[in-house]
Write a protein that binds this ligand. Sequence first.
Ligand code: FAD
Length: 464
Amino acid sequence: MRYDLLVIGGGSGGVRAARIAANHGARVALVEQYRMGGTCVIRGCVPKKLMVYASRFAQEFEEAAGFGWTLGERRFDWAQLKARRDAEVARIEAIYRSNLLKAGVTLFDARAVLQDAHTVRLSDGSTLAADTILVATGGWPDAGPPVPGQELAIDSNGFFELAQQPRRVVVQGAGYIALELACVLRLLGSEVTVVLRAAQILRGFDEELRTHLAQELASVGIRFLAGHSITRIEHAGTASDADAFGALAVHMEHAGGTEVLEADCVLRALGRKPNTQGLGLEALGVVLDAAGAVVVDAHSRSSVPSVYAVGDVTNRVNLTPMAIREGHAFADSVFGKTPRVVDHTLVPSAVFTTPELGTVGLTEEQALQQYPQLDVYRTVFRPMKATLSGHTSKVFFKLLVDRVSDRVLGFHAVGPDTGEMAQLVGVTLQLGATKAAFDATLAVHPTAAEELVTLRTPAVRHNL
Ligand code: FAD
């Protein structure tokens, strides 16, 4: 049978597109080579956040003493957590599958390769034909430049397979995934060294935010080796503990020379690249960019009219809510007679380190390029809970305001629940909120977020 739509990839974008298109009456098939739910459900957002929750108990236990608690012996069981986490992931995966079936989507558990502009070949040798093909194959951990011994390291996929907690970990990379996993391991008691080539973590985020978070992460005991590159990984010869890990020697170079670190686990998190290799796209004339991403127009249409692409494979904004939105807009546009484009600006996001980072809108550096009359409101304070817990962590809030229009252009924060705050501040920015509106909003007391509506004096007034 010929389908109206054939979706390659059962991740965030593909699943949403398939379901909505089917709801619009299209005959839809979806092909998934691994597990339904894709990166987010199987080895991304979901299992990651569960690990973050697990790790944060360690800090809560420490802080409890200041509030009069005496706790008994504490023991953490990595294998038990992994089993429970994996069961939860399997539960969500099953829901994804059943929701697709309920919507009337035909599922194929196979790898798909494009044969021509309307035909896909599956790994079992069969072919499927459709009027429209949606490529939603996501991304994959970037191996980076080849390094001898890199096969001894794991990537973020490997992190979720670890059967035991490694005691000494070297994390290479300083993007959000590297830092989140570093924090999980550190809070659970591992010794963690983050090796980064750059001078600072989190490229692309607000500069002050980067600095503040780096200080906070150092204070939870993460060691940073900035300006370092790993040149070689090898077995150290000596077995470390009586556990599954053989000791590794991690050779590094930096401006001042070379250095060797011993570790039980090297986790390389060097970014992600679009999953387009071997898909048959180039042979079909689908234009890819230098990073290998499918080049699409505002309607997610590729250079071949019957082939569309959404999500990480297009390397626009590589986050689950964006893949979902692109998938939904595609289905509405092509099968629902309601064409619409997705706005890729104003993206609220969080980094689930501990402390957490929340952000939405322009960074100070970006804002200054368009709005030279920029007021920067900033506050750094000790949260109320720390007064008794004795925790040294400080909350950081920054609000960027265009003096000409009074519009709030950006919100950047580090501290507990700032990811939740970014979601709500995002709504206000979407509405075009002014600083006067923030000022007119009554505080919720006592909260950390109330500091956002009581920012009176700019810390910096650019171009005045
Ligand atoms: P994916 O979810 O990657 O799905 C693509 C699917 O296509 C996969 O299931 C794959 O198996 C399948 N596939 C690929 N090629 C083929 C083929 N040839 N044939 C058949 N099937 C194929 N985002 C957030 O918003 N918040 C977070 O907190 C967050 N945390 C993350 C943490 C980690 C560790 C990682 C790795 C990512 C995280 N992300 C997070 C990013 C998020 O997971 C992705 O942006 C999102 O999953 C992209 O969805 P997608 O549909 O484009 O691709």
